[in-house]
Write a protein that binds this ligand. Structure first.
Ligand code: AKG
Length: 242
């Protein structure tokens, strides 16, 4: 199992991203960095923690509705369809807007091949090590791809350290996709780019038993680029009856 250190750097923001190739030709990658925009002290952490919905969301698992093993909420103008369910979104509160602004600023070089910047937030709240996210890729049709079919997903981690695993979808991949495990500490950022969502799945595995109960709270803030919703054109001269 390969483990990669997170870069810690004094360089200018945006320049401190360390490239971790996920395959031989670098067409699939993640970049890690230290979040240094504003201080997320325990007060700020608790304020963001308190934004979690009262109940865990429901997803479909092998055709059956089950509770998500964490709290999750999308923020922005569109609902998010995944795991067989349409998850409704709420407006982005002032407390969270700076994360989206930061993502758009530091990812400017990576956003050039996309028609838009990050416009949606998805937050995962992990109560302890028993909360997790299973192996999946962020490949929903609502996410904007560039001409190469690439998707950008930006994520920040606050609170307890958790492992973040990137698993090749196909071990025999000709591009030489590899397994990578990162230890995401407080204030760590990860940018998933290139063909990462095509070649790999990612997960934050469960930590079972008493050990899991001892793991502290963690908040993961992700920024995504949703395609602008297409507003149906109203034909001239025709009245609509509601
Ligand atoms: O909590 C994390 O670091 C990962 C979250 C994630 O994979 C997702 O929201 O798609």
């Amino acid at each position: 199992m390969e483990q990669t250190d997170i870069v810690s750097s004094e360089e200018e923001e945006g320049d401190n991203m360390k490239l971790i190739p996920l395959n031989k030709d670098n067409s699939s990658w993640v970049r890690t960095f230290v979040y240094n925009d504003r201080t997320i002290d325990s007060k700020a952490f608790n304020e963001i923690w308190d934004l979690h919905p009262p109940e865990q969301d429901i997803i479909m698992f092998f055709g059956k509705p089950v509770k998500m093993p964490r709290f999750q909420q999308t923020f922005g103008e569109q609902g998010y369809n995944f795991s067989g369910v349409k998850h409704s979104s709420v407006p982005i509160p002032p407390l969270l807007q700076p994360f989206l602004d930061y993502a758009n600023r530091v990812c400017n070089p990576y956003l050039k091949s996309y028609k838009q910047g990050f416009n949606m937030l998805l937050i995962n709240w992990y109560e302890n090590g028993l909360n997790y996210i299973g192996a999946h890729s962020d490949s929903e049709t609502q996410l904007l791809k560039n001409k190469k079919g690439e998707v950008l997903v930006f994520s920040l981690s606050f609170g307890a350290t958790r492992s973040f695993r990137l698993h090749p979808k196909n071990e025999e991949d000709k591009a030489g996709s590899r397994f990578v495990e990162l230890e995401l500490t407080n204030n760590t950022g990860v940018l998933m780019g290139g063909l990462c969502q095509t070649t790999h799945k990612h997960s934050v595995p469960k930590i079972d038993g008493k050990k899991g109960l001892l793991v502290g709270k963690r908040i993961n803030v992700t920024c995504r680029i949703f395609k602008e919703e297409v507003t149906p054109k109203v034909k001239k001269g025709k009245k609509t009856i509601k």
